[in-house]
Write a protein that binds this ligand. Structure first.
Ligand SMILES: *Cc1c(COP(=O)(O)O)cnc(C)c1O
Length: 223
């Protein structure tokens, strides 16, 4: 795996303004440093325990993006340093991230994760859940999170029309929320969608952040 070359190829594929998160889950620090040395700074992890272990061992100017289901008892460990939580999949976890961010005197940018795929197992909010959150008093009083957009994962399938439809769905959810709740808030601007196999489609459909792992670091050693 030539990590530097993979990154260069990806960067040249992505339109300007689309952010690339290098998803380093399961990968060792030396692989992360190889990417870092090309100038890359945005990395993504999906398990709090793994992130907490890696973060102090790696350069402090890495921007860590948390992209997996966050357990409520783990939020306090990542709150001091995490750059963005992509995976707000319940009101409960948003409240906890806000509380832990406050203890650290920070504002943590968060994305609302929507369930757009067919698979049962994927986490995420429904549109009704999002409305309930955004219209609540509790949300309006949150000072230590900033809702910066939406995130979603498409169905794992070769059927690109299906994947495209799911990305279109996420984009339309984004537009709807923007219009109804964030019209005056420029920080609500991100659509985090697209992985190694489907990022070109995600970008065509309006994705602003892609999360790419195996196309940079090689296949992972688990299913
Ligand atoms: C693992 C993971 C990715 C990256 O997956 P690849 O197919 O290796 O690019 C992106 N997003 C999330 C939420 C992930 O867990």
């Amino acid at each position: 795996m030539d990590i530097a070359k993979n990154l260069e190829k990806l960067r040249s594929d992505l339109p300007e303004g689309v952010k690339l998160i290098a998803v380093s889950k399961t990968k060792p620090n030396d692989a992360i440093l190889e990417a870092y040395q090309t100038g890359h700074r945005m990395f993504g992890e999906n398990k709090a325990q793994e992130l907490i272990r890696k973060q102090p061992e790696l350069p402090a100017d890495i921007e860590w993006h948390f992209i997996g289901h966050l357990q409520s008892n783990k939020a306090k460990y990542i709150a001091p340093f995490v750059s963005m939580v992509h995976s707000i999949d319940s009101f409960k976890i948003l409240k906890i991230v806000n509380k832990e961010a406050r203890k650290n005197d920070r504002v943590i940018p968060c994305l609302l994760q929507f369930h757009i795929a067919e698979e049962e197992s994927k986490y995420g909010l429904t549109e009704a859940d999002a409305r309930e959150i955004l219209e609540s008093e509790a949300y309006k009083n949150m000072q230590n999170i900033s809702v910066a957009g939406v995130m979603g994962m498409a169905t794992f399938t070769d059927d690109s029309e299906k994947v495209r439809k799911e990305f279109k769905k996420l984009k339309s959810i984004f537009n709807e929320l923007k219009k109804n709740y964030f019209a005056e808030q420029p920080e609500f601007k991100e659509i985090s969608m697209g992985m190694s196999d489907d990022y070109p489609l995600a970008v065509e459909e309006g994705g602003t952040i892609v999360r790419v792992g195996s196309k940079i670091f090689g296949a992972r050693n688990y299913g």
